[in-house]
Design a protein around this ligand. Structure first.
Ligand SMILES: Cc1ncc(COP(=O)(O)O)c(C=O)c1O
Length: 283
C-alpha cells in the first residue's frame, strides 16, 4: 500500500489524523474511489473534476491545484508498483475545535491510500445478486445534494444494514418522492425491450463515473439508453437490471424485493455491456 498525507508520502504507521479533524467529528469532507487498471488510473480527469466540484459545493478550499493533485496521484501509483489497485482520495475540513464552525479549522486534511481492492466473488457476476428496497432514503438535494460525494454516508450505511438483514449484499435506495435513486454505493440500470434506463441526475443520485462510462459504451454498442424517472414498478417489470460502480464495475441484479428479474439470470444486454467494459479497461 502507498499513503500520501498532507503533501508527503508516509508509512502506514505515520498515516494518522487528529481526533479533532472535522472529517471525523462531523463527516465534514469529501472523497473519491478510483480504480487502477493495467497501471493506469481509470478516468482520472473525471474523478479529479468530481472531487473539485464536491469541494467547491461545500466551500472546502483544497490545498492543491487539480494538476498538482493529479501529479501526486501518478507518483503514488508509481510508488505502489502494482498494476491493479484502488485509490481512496479524501479531503476533510481538517482539525478544528469541538464546535461545528468550519472557520475554526486550521487547514484541510488531504490524503490518499492506494491499496488492493477486495473484489466481489466471481459468482455474483456469473449468477447475479438479489437486492431489496431499503426504507432509508437517499437525501434530497435541498438537504445535501447527492452529487456531492461527501463523507456523510450514514443513511447509505443504514440501507446497507437493511440489505444485510434481508440476506442481500445491496439495497435499492429511493429518493424522497419514492422514485428509484441508486444503490448504497452504486448506480442502478434496467433494461426493458433492449432499452437501457437509469435514474436521471435530478432523481437525487451520485453522478457515477462508471454510470457515465456505461452510457457511453451503450452508445458505441448501439444500445438505446435514457436517463429518466424510474419507480419500483419499473424495476420489478424489467427484463434485466444491474448496478455500476468503480469497485463493483457492472454487477447483474436478478431479484428485487422477492421478484425475479427477467429469466432470473444475468441478461444479454448486461453481458454485452460487461464485455465492452472489460475491453475498455483492458481486463
Ligand atoms: C452513492 C453512490 N452511488 C454511485 C456510486 C458509483 O460511482 P462511481 O461509478 O463513480 O464509482 C458510488 C461510488 O462510490 C456511490 O457512493
Amino acid at each position: 500500500m502507498t499513503v500520501y498525507l498532507n503533501g508527503q508520502f508516509v508509512a502506514r504507521e505515520a498515516a494518522v489524523v487528529s481526533v479533532y479533524d472535522h472529517g471525523l467529528l462531523y463527516g465534514d469532507g469529501i472523497f473519491e474511489g478510483i480504480r487502477i487498471y493495467s497501471g493506469k488510473i481509470f478516468r482520472l480527469a473525471e474523478h479529479i473534476r468530481r472531487f473539485f466540484d464536491s469541494a467547491r459545493a461545500i466551500l472546502l478550499e483544497l490545498p492543491l491545484a487539480p494538476e498538482a493533485l493529479e501529479e501526486a496521484l501518478q507518483e503514488g501509483v508509481k510508488r505502489y508498483g502494482k498494476t491493479e489497485g484502488y485509490i481512496r482520495l479524501v479531503a476533510t475540513r481538517g482539525p478544528g475545535d469541538l464546535g461545528l464552525d468550519p472557520d475554526k479549522c486550521t487547514a484541510p486534511t488531504l490524503f490518499f491510500i492506494i491499496d488492493t481492492i477486495s473484489l466481489y466473488p466471481e459468482k455474483f457476476y456469473l449468477e447475479g445478486i438479489p437486492v431489496v428496497t431499503a426504507s432509508s432514503r437517499r437525501l434530497p438535494a435541498d438537504g445535501l445534494d447527492p452529487r456531492v460525494k461527501t463523507l456523510n454516508y450514514l443513511n447509505n450505511i443504514m440501507a446497507k444494514v437493511e440489505a444485510k438483514q434481508a440476506g442481500c449484499i445491496e439495497a435499492v435506495m429511493l429518493n424522497h418522492r419514492g422514485e428509484v435513486a441508486e444503490c448504497t454505493a452504486d448506480n442502478i440500470f434496467i433494461v426493458r425491450d433492449r432499452v437501457l434506463s437509469t435514474p436521471a441526475s435530478h432523481c437525487g443520485i451520485l453522478q457515477g463515473i462508471t454510470r457515465q462510462t456505461v452510457l457511453e459504451l451503450a452508445g458505441e454498442e448501439g444500445i438505446a439508453a435514457r436517463e429518466t424517472v424510474l419507480t419500483r414498478f419499473d424495476l420489478y417489470t424489467a427484463d434485466e437490471c444491474f448496478m455500476t460502480g468503480s469497485g463493483a464495475e457492472i454487477v447483474p441484479v436478478v431479484r428485487i424485493d422477492g421478484r425475479t428479474i427477467g429469466s432470473g439470470c444475468p441478461g444479454e444486454v448486461t453481458g454485452q455491456l460487461r464485455r465492452a467494459f472489460r475491453r475498455l479497461v483492458g481486463i
